[in-house]
Write a protein that binds this ligand. Sequence first.
Ligand SMILES: C[S@@+](CC[C@H](N)C(=O)[O-])C[C@H]1O[C@@H](n2cnc3c(N)ncnc32)[C@H](O)[C@@H]1O
Length: 359
Amino acid sequence: MRYKPNSFNLYSDKLIPIDEFIEKVLYHPKAGYYTRKIPFGKKGDFITAPTISNLFSEIVTIWLISCWEKFGKPKSFNFVELGPGDGSFAKVLVNTIKNFPELNEAINIFLYEKSDFLKKTQTNKIKNSKVKWINNFKSIKKGPVIFFGNEFFDAVPIKQFTFFKKDLFEKCYIINKKNGLNETYRKATLKDSQVIKSFKTLRNLKFIEYPKKGFDELNKIIEKISKLNGGIILVDYGYLDIINKSTLQVIMNNKKINIKSLYKYLGNTDITYLINFNLLKEFFLKKKLKVKKIVSQKFFLEKMGIIQRAKILEKKMTQKQKDYMSSTLIRLLHRDLMGELFKVIFAFKSKKNNFLGFE
Ligand SMILES: C[S@@+](CC[C@H](N)C(=O)[O-])C[C@H]1O[C@@H](n2cnc3c(N)ncnc32)[C@H](O)[C@@H]1O
């Protein structure tokens, strides 16, 4: 069901910082994009790797199994999926891990999801007593913990700033029925200015995207990893070169729409941005985690054996199934599709350094 934009109050004559605005549009309890519809898949607004192919989820699961081995096969091992969406990844994870009885016995699987609507979708899809839904990480007390998020970080709203002369200003919106969406700026708070200036990656930029809410999420995660050992692996749409302009994207029916028309579709569109992977890396290093080399999705999946796995599966497939699998592999791996646009970062605390998939 599509909501008419004026069926809920997202209009405001007040200045609203970009992240607060996105938070409302995506996660408003009644009217937010993620709180009342399933955005993923062919019939949705966008397709994510786990909804394209189970192979993606299988390969990440294989990586997780290798990770458990690197940690010395502990008897208690925790896995948290951040933002599980429609539950596609977790379903494959649970089914694959059943084939590894020792790990199946050791692992606790947690799903960290903000949207109650998506939680319901996930519970309908995953019926397994090992899986628990959590709103914080307090119940994870023992054993290493691995966090995984596919397109999680880009769903956590960002702030945007620009310099006018030497002063930093924050971008805000004013959005009302009469005039639509208007951008404006207000002086950044001293705290935001100081934090932003402390990142080397952001130095000399004229236009800055800063994931304050995303870093708040990561701080809670890093606290757990620092105590228990483990790591966080994030797969997302992002860049390594300097971009220096807004990367906000509004996606509807698998197409980008002009941000200026956003006010017409409030609550009906996804709003995302591209991840600055070097900034993420600098953040993790500041927090005393080690970070593997940032690699493309293609590099990671191929290193972890996706092609070999596809060849094994192919043996029992009809021609139609083979053709379908090959088209999904192209989407995941082709340089101009997800293969290079998506990157993988792994930050961790462990005496070991030889985690698979990155070199
Ligand atoms: C773009 S979707 C990706 C879904 C899934 N991982 C996939 O790849 O298909 C983002 C997911 O993160 C969830 N999410 C966003 N911010 C969150 C937060 N702060 N805490 C927990 N979940 C969040 C959304 O509700 C949604 O499930």
